[in-house]
Write a protein that binds this ligand. Structure first.
Ligand code: Z15
Length: 827
């Protein structure tokens, strides 16, 4: 056996793909055909959803022509490919991006106008594919956008969750999760390819048998399986005719599995089995950075990775390909530990299916993977119980043990007698509950290990993976994250885009460092006024979006102070809330006259993992504080708190361009990088931030005068931690802080019990040292207020933030991966 057999392709004469003409008349014609013959409705009877589906399908046919041409060109000129393995892709809406990248915006606007269709309403009809939780999933989406724009051969592999990240609603201030039925009204961007389905096995046992020349060999006898059916999405490059592939797998019951049960005569059981199989890709786990060790999650991970590697090896490579040369053809980039089970899977295929010996299989496998670590939180590094891996993937467990034995032998050889080091480095965590440390497995096998910002990569080398960095210093590198300027500037912020284009032309869209050419305009009062008017337009646009969503309108002429990211204690939404409450308390107590409060709207956007109690309590408190503050006349309308529900990519695209101030206030040493920080700076918000993650690099580039730095640095945090941190003492010694906490605990914002519990935990534990940084934060906010009062100085800094953020393009990140990782052939 050589793995699954796909149907043969027919070798007919070469025929270039048919591409529809790029003019308004043709577009109208194609659209009406989609509407009439695809959707089965005449224009005058069509709903907005019909129009959306027909428009998406029409645009898709243009992309499809590029996709076919790209594939043909890549076949003619094969190059090493990137297989990006990610359990999450937080794509955001597809229509706007497809129109922008394929340069069809003008044609479509005119076509829809001629047909009397409201394009804005049609765009608003799209439910974004929310197949990710937060930064990690959005990063994957930015990376595939950049690779297509740079014409790099890449296939993104992931899971087609039937339910993506939950829709957040608030009921009396509390988060209530609603299932995300993104597929319910149709999925016009995907196309299913059942002929390329891959069977994925689970369970069973491993047996020995005599192989060639009586050699003892092992083979897996799985006892159940599912079918992984691929759905392709096209990833268009910007104005370059390229379309790469995103291949998302959906789980279905295999016929064998069905029939086996069916033949036992139990029809109902056979149908139930179908549901069982479909469960694997049913729902995205909603934890960001804090995995819950659920069996179904490991099933998801193996499911998509086995399907992807199988698809590449047995479907994409030529049939007679010499697998010894695999590392010249593909590099699998592991997006965090989620796809790391792919390492023993490739070993298994090479050993058991292709009959290789260990050394050869390892020589190949250890050149085909690179690993990106996205965290420093120990609880975020996945450790799977050995007992679970043994039951679900017995052959993989054997292979992991063998990798570990050989690896530890090498460690012992290098460091004789250092048993402690061996124990620390082992892939297997020993003790009562033995576990597989996926980050160690990844690090042992990977050709490169990278962190996602300079500070993060440094801390990986010095702390989290220090033993590995001593053993293999050259394995470790950094690639600072980036964001796609197409979605997060051009698409999201048309007013600023045209202002920039008027000043320096459009070359910056694919060469973001050219934003530097804007620097002199910071000194131009006319440009500054235009810049402010672009911000105002974005705020108006945001307000109309919030109005449509039924959320509070933002007051005009306020500073818009934005904190958008997942709700997590380490990110310290509570620190921001304490500043808000202390400002309010200052006015209540007469300490600060209301006229001295800078008019500010503090806007939060954040989902909490459904099982994360403290995070949900924080959301509940923010909402209660908002309702009290927003209706208290003593504040004279100067302080406003907004928390629109369901922060997602779509809302981010509205919010970020309107922001004046960006809150990046994690405890130093906890936020690996952050990418919202980059999006906000690029859109001209000034950052108030700690010395953490990519904030460090943002501040270095935009300059200290254009960034509000505060708080402990990472070494000070570590020092305080080891000295012993006592939040109660900070509370007792800072009267402003104490008054704010006491006001919350008194029940002033309702639910006294919940308030007291949360404040009690803060004063008693404060795991992320919000109290320790409180005064520094308040002082930095005073500097923010002072600067905001000087409109021209503020605008100058905002423009410089835009001009100096070019480095944070994900195009640059991809260039760095190519230079530092994907070109690398040996350890
Ligand atoms: C996630 O969104 C991130 C890290 C993780 O380990 C998981 Cl499981 C999810 C985030 C980081 O918290 C953030 O700092 C970083 O910018 C982002 O990944 C992309 O690297």
């Amino acid at each position: 056996a050589t793995g699954p057999q796909f149907p043969p392709t027919h070798h007919l004469a070469d025929q270039p793909a048919v591409a529809p003409a790029r003019d308004v008349d043709t577009f109208v014609q194609e659209f009406l055909e989609e509407l009439n013959f695809g959707q089965g409705v005449p224009l005058d009877r069509s709903t907005i959803n019909h129009q959306y589906l027909a428009l998406a399908s029409t645009v898709r046919s243009y992309l499809m022509a590029d996709w076919l041409a790209t594939a043909a060109r890549r076949r003619a000129h094969p190059a090493k490919m990137v297989g990006y393995l990610s359990a999450e892709y937080l794509l955001g809406r597809q229509l706007g991006n497809a129109l922008l990248n394929s340069d069809l915006e003008g044609i479509v606007e005119e076509a829809m106008r001629q047909l009397g269709i409201d394009l804005a309403a049609v765009r608003a009809q799209e439910v974004e594919p929310g197949l990710g939780n937060g930064g990690l999933g959005r990063l994957a989406a930015c990376f595939v956008d950049s690779l297509a724009t740079m014409d790099v051969s890449c296939i993104g592999y992931g899971i087609r969750y039937e339910y993506g990240i939950f829709r957040q609603t608030f009921v009396e201030g509390r988060q209530v999760e609603v299932p995300d039925t993104w597929l319910a009204l149709g999925a016009p961007w995907e196309f299913r390819n059942p002929e390329r389905a891959v069977q994925v096995d689970f369970g069973g046992s491993v047996e020995s048998y005599a192989g060639d020349q009586g050699r003892p060999r092992r083979r897996w006898r799985p006892d159940w399986n599912v079918l992984a059916v691929p759905y392709n999405y096209m990833v268009p490059g910007y104005h370059n005719g390229v379309a790469n592939t995103l291949r998302l797998w959906s789980a279905e019951a295999t016929r064998a599995f069905d029939l086996q049960i069916f033949n036992h005569g139990d029809y109902a059981e056979a149908v139930r089995a179908q549901t069982f199989a479909e469960n694997i890709s049913k729902v995205l786990y909603p934890e960001d950075s804090t995995p819950q060790g659920k069996e179904l999650r490991l099933q998801q991970q193996y499911f998509f990775v086995a399907a992807s590697i199988g698809d590449y090896l047995h479907g994409t490579l030529p049939e007679d390909f010499d697998l010894a040369r695999l590392p010249e053809q593909i590099i699998f980039q592991l997006n965090d530990t989620h796809p790391v089970i792919g390492i023993p899977e490739l070993m298994r295929l090479l050993l058991d299916v292709h009959g290789m010996e260990w050394d050869q299989a390892w020589a190949i496998t250890s050149r085909c993977f690179a690993y990106t670590c996205h965290t420093l939180l120990p609880e975020a590094l996945e450790v799977w119980p050995v007992s679970l891996v043994e039951r679900l993937l017995p052959r993989h467990m054997e292979i992991i043990f063998e990798i570990n034995d050989r690896f530890l032998a090498a460690v012992r050889a290098q460091f004789p007698g250092d048993d402690d080091r061996v124990r620390r480095m082992s892939i297997i965590a020993e003790g009562g509950d033995r576990g597989v440390r996926m980050a160690h497995l990844a690090t042992v096998a990977a050709v490169r290990v990278n962190g996602v910002a300079e500070l993060h990569s440094q801390l990986l080398r010095d702390k989290v993976l220090v033993d590995f960095a001593q053993l293999w210093p050259e394995k470790f590198t950094n690639v600072t994250n980036g964001v796609t300027p197409r979605r997060f500037l051009v698409s999201a912020n048309p007013p600023l885009t045209s202002l920039i284009n008027d000043a320096i032309g459009g070359g910056w869209i694919t060469d973001l460092e050219r934003l530097r050419e804007l620097e002199p305009y910071a000194e131009d009062p006319v440009f500054r006024e235009r810049f402010r008017s672009a911000k105002r337009a974005n705020k108006d646009h945001l307000n109309s979006t919030l109005l449509a969503a039924g959320t509070a309108q933002l007051p005009a002429d306020h500073m818009l102070d934005v904190m958008v990211k997942r709700l997590h204690e380490y990110k310290r939404q509570m620190l921001k809330l304490l500043h808000i409450v202390s400002t309010y308390e200052g006015v209540l107590s007469g300490r600060v006259p209301a006229e001295q409060v800078t008019p500010r709207t503090c806007l939060f956007g954040a989902k909490a993992a459904p099982g994360y109690a403290t995070a949900k309590e924080t959301i509940y408190l923010i909402n209660r504080v908002a309702s009290v503050i927003n209706s208290d006349p003593k504040l004279d309308g100067r302080l406003f708190v907004a928390f629109p529900p369901n922060y997602n990519v779509t809302l981010a695209q509205r919010l970020i361009p309107a922001a004046d101030l960006s809150e990046q206030i994690s405890l130093a040493g906890k936020e690996a990088s952050g990418t919202g920080n980059m999006k906000l700076a690029l859109n001209g918000a000034l950052t108030i931030g700690t010395d953490d993650g990519a904030n460090v690099e943002i501040r270095k580039l935009v300059g200290d005068d254009n960034f509000f730095l505060f708080g402990m640095r990472e070494p000070e945090v570590a020092e305080l931690q080891s000295r012993g941190y006592h939040p109660g003492e900070v509370y007792a010694s800072n009267p402003v802080l104490k008054s704010a906490i006491d006001l919350i605990a008194s029940g002033h914002f309702g639910d006294r019990g919940a308030s007291q519990a949360l404040m009690g935990d803060l004063v008693g534990n404060d795991r992320f040292m919000a109290l320790a940084d409180f005064q520094a934060y308040v002082d930095a906010q005073a500097q923010v207020d002072a600067k905001f009062a000087d409109t021209e100085a503020w605008t100058r800094s905002a423009i410089l933030n835009v001009a100096r953020s070019g480095y944070f393009s994900s195009d640059r990140s991809m260039r760095d991966y190519l230079d530092r990782i994907w070109g690398a052939q040996v350890h």
